[in-house]
Design a protein around this ligand. Structure first.
Ligand code: ADP
Length: 313
């Protein structure tokens, strides 16, 4: 991509954070497009968010209140670039989905600026700017959607101050069925219902499962990964925000899932299996179950997406 281009369009993927036991420290990128961001050079020095499509999500178009706008502005400021830009954001998923849509906007924005101005920055250099943008939505630094969206694959955040990430290997036949019911859960709301303290026994349980999850990824072993997708920090509180959570979880296990949990703070939930046919069946049966309860949903099947965002125009 040459620095002479006047505009660029970047596509960024959805991501699932937590994965059960990896609360706030683990995220994976999935093969579902979350956001497209178009950045165009202007003749003046303004940064403008021109369009957010669809408009009925009521996402702020004020640069400082938008995850993409803020991330892009901090990147431009940091490199003393005073050329103006026009930003357009196409949201392919709903917001408050538990699939990292606010993070995807921020990531796509910084990747677009990097390309458009030929900054030559690596993903690790872009990470902090995208995190600053995501902070607008989550009110705190959270990397568990931003990092997998930016790097692709499975990402462990092993330190927050300063931020440090480790990219993990993963098995090729790890299938996720994602079910996104037609409801919205604000991450901030899902955070506020969590307790301030946890019991010692739960901390020990969680640590064992988190360690198992990391070991399972390194060993590329779906059995160990599945056994380790359990959570005592958030699931029992957040499941009440997701209609029929326990019933859906049972249906998933009855139909061949090897693990099940909440994606991020929900309402998207995911089931794990080791083949496409099982993943597809789980999706169909859960959607039918929800439909029977008058709840619409979308279902996706995805392996881990190994790729960072890409230019599509
Ligand atoms: P998600 O899981 O979809 O990222 P969050 O609840 O974490 O949902 O964030 C959504 C909140 O962030 C909403 O209040 C929304 O208005 C705000 N927001 C600001 N900028 C964006 C953006 N570019 N994309 C999505 N949400 C944004």
């Amino acid at each position: 991509m040459s620095g002479k281009s006047e505009s660029i369009k970047i596509e960024a993927s959805a991501s699932m954070s937590n994965l059960g036991s990896g609360f706030d420290i683990l995220g994976i990128s999935v093969n579902i497009v979350s956001d497209e961001v178009i950045v165009e050079k202007r003749d003046d020095k303004k940064i403008i968010i021109q369009d957010i499509i669809p408009s009925d999500f009521n996402i702020p178009t004020v640069v400082e209140k938008n995850t993409c706008g803020f991330a892009v502005k901090s990147l431009l400021d940091n490199y003393d670039i005073d050329q103006g830009i026009t930003i357009s954001i196409i949201k392919k998923l709903g917001i408050g989905s538990g699939l990292g849509s606010s993070a995807a906007s921020a990531v796509a924005g910084v990747c677009a600026v990097n390309e458009l101005f030929s900054l030559g920055l690596e993903n690790k250099d872009l990470l902090n700017f995208a995190l600053e943008g995501e902070q607008i939505a989550s009110k705190a630094i959270h990397a568990d959607n931003v990092a997998p969206c930016l790097f692709g694959g499975v990402v462990l955040i092993n330190n927050y101050e300063p931020i440090n990430i480790i990219e993990l290997p993963f098995p090729d036949n790890l299938y996720f069925t994602l079910i996104y019911p037609d409801i919205e859960i604000k991450t901030s709301q899902a955070r506020s219902i969590l307790p301030k303290e946890i019991r010692f026994g739960d901390a020990v349980f969680q640590t064992g499962k988190t360690a198992g999850l990391i070991a399972g990824f390194y060993e590329k072993n779906i059995e160990i990964i599945s056994e380790s997708i359990e959570d005592r920090l958030a699931e029992s509180y957040r499941k009440h925000l997701i209609p029929y959570y326990d019933e859906i979880k049972n249906v998933a296990f009855e139909n061949g899932a090897t693990a099940f949990n909440i994606s991020g703070s929900g309402p998207t939930v995911f089931a794990v299996s080791d083949n496409y046919a099982t993943a597809e069946k789980i999706g169909q049966i859960i959607q039918e179950f929800l439909y029977g309860k008058s709840i619409g949903s979308n279902s996706y099947i995805s392996k881990v997406n190994p790729n960072p965002p890409r230019a599509i125009g």
